[in-house]
Design a protein around this ligand. Structure first.
Ligand SMILES: [Zn+2]
Ligand SMILES: [Zn+2]
Length: 310
């Protein structure tokens, strides 16, 4: 197998035998410190009890401090906030998920690039949240800005309201910038679990060697991750003979697998029965390919894109 050049990490090549394992998390939720229905400690406890490994209490405009809650040993609580700089480009106010920050800022009066720069100077990451729900126009609102880590491709509470998926924005952004970005899938939890609205509906899987904020953040930023509302992705392998190439994806039981490349149309496989593996030819002029796994109940997983260029 010839490894195609990639500028994201291939999480499936990070072997168990080298100490890697998957952790499950939600990087976007709200508490009573902003417009969430649940207190910070209870929000954390609920995700812990549900088997999650990491979480960010990303309240609007203000950091919910991790030292104000009791965090179980081994659980990774990432400190962050959802920041909302004004949009000088004509679109709606920005929604940025900002991870690993320690200093609050008056984001509402700061230009968006200053907010991004401030977060990065703090050692943090900025993710473009729910672009469909926010009516983001990538050319107008996002392209003028630099320094994002990636995009929230799925958002549970926005799905509840009918605009949960940002895959078209993702593809558009990568095409316009001629680069690949990794994705997150997040609940953006506002309700309580009994509301059956936006709790435990989507998550991000990260491939790490240790249960630390640093390890999870590195996995997210380098793309050693994938997003899901159910299915698991087990491997993505490219086989090339120099002239042509094909890629095989393996996953949990799927009803359909889509190979999305940055050319016209898309490829898909379906068999009438559930299956766990599919092989696709790569188009000669494709710059990247990413996969969407459709599970038995219509649930979905999004791989990160694989950059196909040398
Ligand atoms: Zn938001
Ligand atoms: Zn939010």
């Amino acid at each position: 197998m010839a490894d195609a050049p990639r500028n994201l990490v291939d999480p499936y090549s990070l072997a168990d035998s080298d100490g890697y394992f998957w952790v499950k998390g939600n990087l976007h939720c709200h508490t009573t410190n902003s417009d969430g229905r649940v207190e910070p400690q209870a929000r954390l406890d609920q995700y812990v009890a549900q088997g999650y490994d990491f979480l960010c209490l990303s309240d609007h405009r203000k950091i919910t401090r991790v030292d104000t809650v009791d965090v179980p040993d081994g659980f990774v609580l990432i400190q962050g906030a959802e920041l909302h700089p004004a949009n000088p480009f004509g679109g709606q106010v920005h929604h940025f998920i900002c991870l690993n920050i320690d200093q609050d800022m008056a984001c509402g009066t700061m230009p968006p690039q200053h907010v991004i720069d401030n977060v990065r100077e703090q050692g943090g990451q900025v993710w473009l949240a729910h672009p469909h729900w926010s009516s983001v126009n990538i050319i107008r609102d996002t392209l003028p800005l630099k320094g994002f880590s990636g995009i929230e491709v799925f958002n549970s509470t926005c799905r509840f309201m009918g605009r949960g998926e940002g895959a078209v924005h993702w593809d558009d952004w990568m095409s316009l910038e001629d680069r690949v970005y990794p994705c997150l899938a997040n609940d953006d939890t506002h309700g309580a679990p009994e509301d059956n609205r936006d709790t435990y509906e989507s998550w991000t899987m990260a491939r790490v060697k240790e249960r630390t904020t640093e390890a999870v953040l590195e996995a997210l930023a380098t793309g050693a991750s994938y997003g899901s509302t159910g299915p698991e992705i087990h491997s993505i392998e490219i086989n090339s003979n120099g002239k042509s190439a094909e890629v095989t994806v393996k996953c949990s039981a799927a009803r359909r697998i889509h190979a999305v490349q940055d050319t016209y149309g898309t490829e898909y496989r379906e068999g009438g029965e559930l299956f766990t593996e599919a092989t696709f030819s790569l188009r000669n002029n494709a710059r990247w390919v990413r996969f969407e796994i459709i599970g038995p109940e219509g649930d979905k997983a999004w791989s990160n894109p694989v950059d196909l260029r040398s």
